[in-house]
Design a protein around this ligand. Sequence first.
Ligand code: ADP
Ligand code: ADP
Ligand code: ZN
Ligand code: ZN
Length: 751
Amino acid sequence: MEVDHIEIVGAREHNLKDVSLRIPKNKITVFTGVSGSGKSSLVFDTLAVEAQRQLNGTFSWFVRNQLPKYQRPHVDTIEGLTAPVIVDQKPVGGNARSTVGTMTDIYSMLRVLFSRHGKPENPPHVFSFNNPEGMCPECEGLGQVRRVDVDAMLDKSKSLEEGAIRLPTHKVGSMDWQLYAASGYFDVSKKLRDYTEEEWHMLCHGTGGKVTVRTKNTTYDMKYEGVVDRFARNNLKRDLSGLSERGRANIERFITLGECTSCRGRRLNPTALATEINGRNIADWTAMEVSDLIAVLAEIDDPAVASIVEGIRTSLERIEAIGLGYLTLDRATLSLSGGEAQRLKTVRHLSSSLVGMTYVFDEPSTGLHPRDVGRLNELLRALRDKGNTVLVVEHDPDVIAIADHVVDIGPKAGVHGGRIVFEGPFEKLREADTLTGAGLRRTGVLKSDFREPAGRLPIIEADLHNLKSISVDFPTGVLTVVTGVAGSGKSSLVSQVFMQTYPEAIFVDQSPIKASARSTPVSFLEAMDPIRKLFAKANKTDAALFSFNSAGACQECKGRGELITELAYMDPVRTRCESCEGRRFNAEVLAHRLRGKSIADVLEMSAEEAVEFFTEREVRDRLRGLLEVGLGYLSIGQSLSTLSGGERQRLKLAARLGGSGDIYVLDEPTTGLHMSDVEAIVDLLDRLVDAGNTVIVIEHNLDVVRRADWVIDLGPEGGKHGGQVVFTGTPRQLLECPDSATGDHLRRYLA
Ligand code: ADP
Ligand code: ADP
Ligand code: ZN
Ligand code: ZN
């Protein structure tokens, strides 16, 4: 008999307290609870992992050998699972060749359309920029080429003898430096900005005879070659992946990506671009916003291609329906935000004819304006109605409201969480005595006193992406919230234009932290050194022993605590190191104690516990920031690679607390935060402002908007129909603004 539930018995992954539950199939189940309560541990680390593992078990041993080995999660049994599809916010395809068109398969349909209906007729592969017959030969289909960044390389305010060449290999006195300084072509004391055109050309691109350069013991003859050309020849086409991180960074600093001049960024060769439909080639098509493309497609009235036109139209309309109509098909997927990437992945699944799957979503409302959450909900319902099970981890009340079934995890975070505190329909959750229930019952109020700006930071005529040459002042000394529907231009204005204009501002975003695989919150906050010293002192031994990259580390996993298998096209698979049981150190080191705890015990502590345990200020003060940003539940030795985007952002914020007179810029700091945690993060932003800082946040959450001193609302729509300032003023004035979608939703929220 077909079971109508997924049944989980005895889940104990991370903080889960032997949890058992049933999840209805072919329904939407939303998982709620404060950050760190255990939602991901249950949904992603237990259920999704086991589903993947069971699925792999159904393949032949040959196929199985090619697949990642999933470690069995800590759970007694899970029954009734179906094949999982995980739709998360990880960036799609870490690949410069992937575009919105290719990832949604719309581009391959367009190729067929151009082949059958375009003039002159070419076969479909000619329209592929990944195929040698279609790609622009200059950039090999990337649309961009790597170029030497001359401004980064040469400091025009200096002379050669003052070190005008910034390449680390060209230090004053070095052999490479002598190739120019001793060439006789230049006055070594003349500043580069005073060079004649000929001298400048000679320095960058010239060729010439032999130059004698000297080392301590000997002399060499080197052939003269301009510094830009020589660097380009040695580094541009070279594979840098073999170099150390430092070595690579030293080269990448002097390289920029620029549009390919041959194809002007269109990736295709002249043959492919010569084929047109109604006067437009395929690159013209993909450069149009999806909403406009739908109209252009409607002009085709040819029964021979009717079915392919229909297929393209359906897919384009799906993209528009989830509020991404402002995207263009030629947009590189690498430049999409996490929320945009997730919604696009959903489109791809909607067009698949597979049914009976288990879809798992991680906070799909991220980056969505309240206005567009309704469209997202339709998408989730459509997946369910096709006959799939839909599981959603979510904080947004408007998404929780569409659940057929809610599982609320808590009561709090970390060791204080890991239990199911409510299971049932949404209406009952509103009455439940849990933090989520309380959050749903709460009503917001507008604050009564708005802070007066101390000064202004002007942006003048910003025109990046869709911005319509807008000028706007950002007030200082207050909390400013920048709002607007997705694609209206918030990131372009704030993360890019504002940050380029005011580079001294502290930008706290969700991007991955560039750090080694061994980095942890405690090392990131620079509290690891003092902890090592405390252990060394207590045990009369060497502090270096307590480092993951020392002789004290476990030999097997080199102090990582896990073994990482890299897989092409998939996320790497992590398995716990058997030798040290994930404790990262060898037995000798683990025998050393500080007040009864080993170094591994300490690293397993949550931030909250660690702040209790360490009375020493040099440790405690550095870790206390974690509590302030709502990460008290995080284990201080947890690998940074296990953190979500929202957690990473708050960790970065924790590292930057404590100043005054600074400008903080944050992009959706409430991502991943429960309603009850949002209050805490706004309290923190308020404290930052009270301490004399300026805080600017991009945010959709109306609980943040209502506590702003100043709102800058962009719109009115996304893409080319956006990019304008719709409103600036206090939230009270926003309520009276007739044409702001944000004002509209704030009004309803406060009613
Ligand atoms: P949520 O998804 O509700 O925010 P999580 O499931 O991510 O919560 O976290 C629950 C608890 O498990 C937290 O205390 C967290 O620090 C811990 N945890 C999560 N992932 C890991 C991990 N990879 N290693 C160790 N602890 C983890
Ligand atoms: P928001 O932050 O309000 O969602 P964005 O600033 O991300 O809006 O986007 C505004 C417009 O600029 C959209 O039309 C978007 O497609 C476009 N855009 C954003 N980033 C890029 C990029 N890297 N390349 C090309 N277009 C971009
Ligand atoms: Zn090109
Ligand atoms: Zn180990």
